[in-house]
Write a protein that binds this ligand. Sequence first.
Ligand SMILES: [Zn+2]
Length: 448
Amino acid sequence: MPEPVSACTPSVHDLSPSQGSAGTRFRLQLVTLHASGQEEVQEVARIERAGLEMETLGLTLAEGKLILKKIQEGVVQEQIHESLLQLRCCPECGEARHSKGYHPIAVRTLFGNVEVNSPRLEHCRCQPHEEKSFSPLHTVLPEHVSPEMLYLEVKWSSLLPYEVSCDLLHDVLPVDEKLSAVTIRNHLFAVAERIENELGEERPCLLEGNDEDWAELPIPNGPLTVGLDGGFVRSRNKRGCFEVIVGKSILEFKRDEEEGAEKSKKCFGFVQTFDEKPRRRLFELLKSQGLAMNQKVVFLSDGGDDVRKVQQYLSPEAEYWLDWFHITMRNTVMKQMAKGLGKEAKEPSQTGGAQAAVTERKSIAAELQSLKWNLWHGNVERGLERLEDLQWDLDFTVGKSENRDKLSKQLREFDAYITSGTTGSTFRTTGSDTGTGSGSQQRLQNRR
Ligand SMILES: [Zn+2]
């Protein structure tokens, strides 16, 4: 039986009853109940407390870590001992296999490294075997790092620098003292590679099943809203730029969850020119949020070709909407240009007079505002009519100027943008938490 571990803080030592002070002593034990009915008791820790102070109320962080480590050691050693006992005998004839010695291995867990003796056993001669001996522990525990350990390492280090994640793990958990940022980085790379290999192949169409299958599916969860946006990021050492596409997927509601439950939200990002499976990646993300083939999915984007390609053929119920953010941004630019027209015409050399120019500027501004609200309310046809009127007004107004030509060009481009973007689509505001793609892009830029 191991020696009892004292988890006392130095100040508590001073207050121990042996020195004449009154206090309360606690003994923590790990009791193993064997299948045979036998009980085995291991001392885990002794804690002493005297008086009442916030600093020593309950367990300290150091005590908590030490106790977790001791319990982990006891449980792991017992589990391995039990498992090895069962593996010791040949499953065919029941004869005990001969041992060829041990070698130590360290099992890494969130609650500390546990040193274990891994035996090497000779194969029983009742059956032919390619090798003479084998390691039973290697068969049942091929990996020496617990999945939860990898999970926290990878989760934290994908959000924080490796060094910070490493410090955080050491601060709150009794992880191996030698755990370093380099180890965490290596683990993250290994996990990323494994996830990458598990990702299915990229295909032109990722729809699953057909019309008949989809008709028989149960009523789906609420719609998924997926915002995508692309942005150019400067490469390291200023060697050009590359486009990053980022986004966020929000599930409106789940049918079986309680009212007021938090919505499922997931972010994603990839570099189109580097990633070989961007559509499959997005598809699997939606599947992880429970995507069903009869579920409505709304894709919000700027209508650009790059993001359009990614969202095609992922769901038969998909709708493709132009992100309001991109529409209103273009509209604002055109309003600024219209203001410029007025200023320009105030100069005496311009024909038409200042009064006429102000009226014209106001009329264009009003038309642009009207165009904006038509689009906001989804009245695309009326919006396009307004655009046509505006272009006509500008083209046939007396007098020519550089600013008028610029605004006219901008109007033509906006017309083409809306016309191509609204083929089978509609508009939607990106207010509150559905401000997805652009918001994620902004956050990405801010982090750099
Ligand atoms: Zn045998």
